[in-house]
Design a binder for this molecule. Structure first.
Ligand SMILES: C[S@@+](CC[C@H](N)C(=O)[O-])C[C@H]1O[C@@H](n2cnc3c(N)ncnc32)[C@H](O)[C@@H]1O
Length: 443
């Protein structure tokens, strides 16, 4: 120990080995020797020392914990996880082991198990900032920030609830509802409150599904709503759903309309999970936009001369769309509002689409691109939009679909755009001079 304290680690290691060979105070010396070996990256040899200790005491929590960390460094992650699980079982109050175990589980994609470990550790050490930070880190990686502003978007919520009430009134008290992408469980609870007989809710992100289950139970709807932690494509009639649903409610529209795979999801639901005449909420959605000039946005998407150098080629890598806060970003409209794309969600099949759209220019300026928002058709006479002139309080943003280059335009001219979608993203570009034919892309 003196040699070790003086920094002569090689000599100390040789002496510790001697002591181990003599079998003297093994339970104290083996951990020291393992630590020295790990310090000089002799990881396999360090594992051997911990194994020697585990041969004496198979449930030694420190040996299991330290061995697990070494196995992890050696890339033997499955063994590391198993070893750390044993350590946590042997010492349930060890918050550091629980934290390390949770980190490993999260890394392996076992997010629900990781969350359970962090909750268990926090019950032991409620003031442990590390634990709380790691748990929040996992949650925020899994749960996008827009969930909360979306839930607080009263106008959105009221529009969905009105459409749900109309649908249930028309189908009667035996209505069976399917809620795809339930999030907090909000739309399912609206359906239950409106008198649905039963609601099957699914949520692809397991920790969100777990939270929805808790919220549904806390609000007294556990007997009406079943929450399944799986994507809708994994649901089956006869398993999660007793029968095809009468009503589909699903809010999986992204700010740019299609990116959350709404077309694939609705088509799959129509094909397998819904009655033929099911009511679908929303029943259609449109991307609306206008031509804009913006000094602020132009610096996000175009580059030219910088510090006397020509960097314009880097513009090839510019984002093709940029989420913006329409009410907070400085831009000036150069056209009226125009419908870019409309998807009818009652349809059983959608093809990709590309057309020329002629946009009358109403003001002189340098067009940066199209600012786009959404209009959602929920039911007869019930709609919602996040028009940038009035929408500043929800989860949806507006999207700038920027052009490859700024375009000088004059009032009275017409700018031809190529507009459509490839089923998952919107296409909004200046049209080439040659005529466009619609392209079809496989789903
Ligand atoms: C925009 S949020 C809406 C949440 C809730 N329905 C609401 O309106 O408050 C969409 C949720 O759907 C989930 N999701 C998207 N597609 C899904 C699918 N095909 N199956 C299950 N969950 C899905 C996402 O993980 C996300 O939590």
């Amino acid at each position: 120990m003196k040699l070790q304290a003086d920094g002569d680690l090689a000599a100390a290691e040789a002496r510790y080995r001697l002591v181990v060979d003599l079998g003297y105070r093994l339970t104290e010396v083996l951990p020291i020797l393992a630590g020295l070996l790990a310090r000089r990256d002799a990881l396999d040899e360090a594992v051997e020392q911990w194994d020697a200790l585990l041969a004496i005491d198979a449930d030694h929590p420190v040996a299991l914990h330290e061995k697990s960390l070494l196995l992890d460094r050696l890339g033997r992650s499955d063994e590391a996880v198993a070893c750390l699980e044993r350590s946590c079982r042997a010492a349930p109050d060890d918050a550091i082991a629980a934290n390390n175990y949770a980190v490993m589980l999260a890394r392996e994609g076992r997010t629900m198990d990781a969350l359970t470990e962090w909750r268990r550790a926090l019950a032991v050490q409620p003031d442990n900032i590390q634990l709380r930070h790691q748990m929040r880190r996992l949650c925020t990686e899994q749960v996008p920030f827009w969930h909360i502003p979306m839930m607080n978007d009263t106008r959105r919520n009221d529009a969905f609830e009105a459409a749900i009430e109309v649908a249930i009134a028309s189908r009667g008290p035996n209505a069976r509802v399917l809620d795809i992408g339930t999030g907090s469980g909000l739309l399912s609870m609206m359906a239950a409150r409106a008198g649905a007989e039963s609601v099957v809710a699914c949520e692809a992100v397991p920790i969100i599904a777990d939270m929805a289950r808790q919220i549904v139970a806390a609000n007294g709807f556990a007997d009406k709503i079943d929450v399944f932690a799986k994507p809708s494509t994994y649901l089956e009639v006869g398993v999660e759903l007793e029968a095809p649903a009468d009503i589909l409610v699903s809010e999986i529209l992204s700010s740019d309309l299609l990116t959350e795979a709404v077309l694939d999801t609705f088509e799959d639901a129509h094909r397998r999970l819904l009655k033929d005449d099911a009511i679908v909420i929303p029943r259609a959605a449109s991307a609306i936009g206008c031509l804009v000039e913006s000094d602020v946005l132009k610096d996000y998407v175009f580059v030219d001369q910088v510090s006397g150098f020509d960097l314009s080629r880097f513009g090839d890598f510019a984002a093709m769309k940029l989420p913006i806060h329409g009410t907070m970003t400085d831009w000036r409209r150069l056209s009226a509002d125009i419908e870019l794309v409309r998807v009818d969600l009652t349809q059983k099949r959608h093809e990709s689409d590309l057309q020329v759209l002629s946009v009358p220019v109403v003001a002189d300026g340098v067009a940066t691109g199209i600012v786009q928002w959404m209009q959602i058709d929920l039911a007869e006479g019930i709609s919602f939009d996040n028009h940038p002139d009035g929408y500043s309080d929800g989860g949806w943003l507006q999207i700038l679909h920027n052009f490859p280059q700024p375009i000088q335009v004059r009032a009275g001219e017409v700018l031809d755009l190529a507009v459509g979608h490839d089923r998952i993203t919107l296409i909004v570009q200046p049209a080439p001079k040659v005529a466009l034919t619609a392209v079809s892309q496989a789903a």
